[in-house]
Ligand binder design. Structure first.
Ligand code: ADP
Ligand code: MG
Length: 244
């Protein structure tokens, strides 16, 4: 088997005296769709943020293709182009058009020329059904449309891995489906994804691996069948019962 894309080893994170992650071990292989589930406050966002270097781990390390990203001298900019992130609150640049949102990283981080960046952005906006809106500003869009633009922006960087932090939690219910449909298609296309979500049907149907977090530890992990049909940990059983 080839080397994992991401390895999280003995990762711990504290904020002051508050221990948020304890000794988390976690591996992602190419093509995996890993869903991370768990109650609010269990450390899911912090785990993603450590993987993306938005937080510095207190202990342990994160390897990308075997290379330690937490090592001194490592360039976080180049790394973040390869490991993209989609946030609950979209984080679009509100003063820029849809197209400029998607070309900004290509131009200013990857130093592509205007025309190349435009072509890449358009192809990805097409993929999420947002090509007709290239001149719109984020405020003119619905939440579902904004999130689809955010996904197109992340895809434009041609990441090897895309991290999603509760991408549908800020959306009105009628817009959740359009975003999940885009994510299902990305999974089908073979994109490696780590998805923090409360959408259990999505986790069950789309993921190759499910991680259940409780109080800063991985309480249980396995295939969707393991977790949703034969959970071993009573805490997993209790957590999942909230969604029935
Ligand atoms: P989840 O995403 O599972 O809801 P988080 O990773 O956001 O959990 O948070 C886990 C815990 O860490 C929470 O108790 C939260 O208050 C705390 N926390 C997260 N970020 C910070 C921060 N920057 N400073 C202090 N505490 C934080
Ligand atoms: Mg969170």
């Amino acid at each position: 088997m080839s080397e994992p894309i991401i390895q999280v080893r003995h990762l711990s994170k504290s904020f002051g005296t508050h221990v948020v992650l304890r000794d988390v071990d976690f591996t992602v292989n190419a093509g995996d769709v890993t869903c991370v589930i768990g109650a609010s406050g269990s450390g899911k966002s912090t785990l993603l943020r450590c993987i993306n270097l938005l937080e510095t781990p207190t202990n342990g390390n994160v390897l990308f293709h075997g290379q330690e990203i937490t090592a001194k001298g490592f360039d976080p900019c180049a790394y973040r182009a390869k490991v993209g992130m989609v946030f609950q609150s979209f984080n679009l640049f509100n003063n820029m058009s849809v197209l400029d949102n998607c070309t900004a990283g290509l131009r200013y981080v990857l130093h592509q020329d205007k025309e190349t960046a435009r072509r890449t952005a358009l192809a990805n906006l097409e993929k999420v059904g947002m090509a007709p809106y290239i001149h719109a500003k984020p405020r003119q869009l619905s939440g579902g449309q904004k999130q689809r633009v955010a996904i197109a922006r992340a895809l434009s960087m041609q990441p090897e891995v895309l991290l999603f932090d509760e991408p549908t939690s800020a959306l009105d219910p009628q817009m959740v489906g359009e975003v999940l449909a885009v994510m299902r298609q990305l999974a089908k296309d073979g994109l490696t994804m780590i998805v923090v979500t409360h959408e259990m049907a999505f986790a069950r149907d789309v993921s190759s691996h499910v991680v259940y977090m409780a109080d800063g530890v991985i309480a249980e992990e396995g295939t969707p069948a393991d977790i949703f049909e034969h959970p071993q940990n009573p805490r997993t059983v209790e957590f999942l019962s909230r969604f029935r």
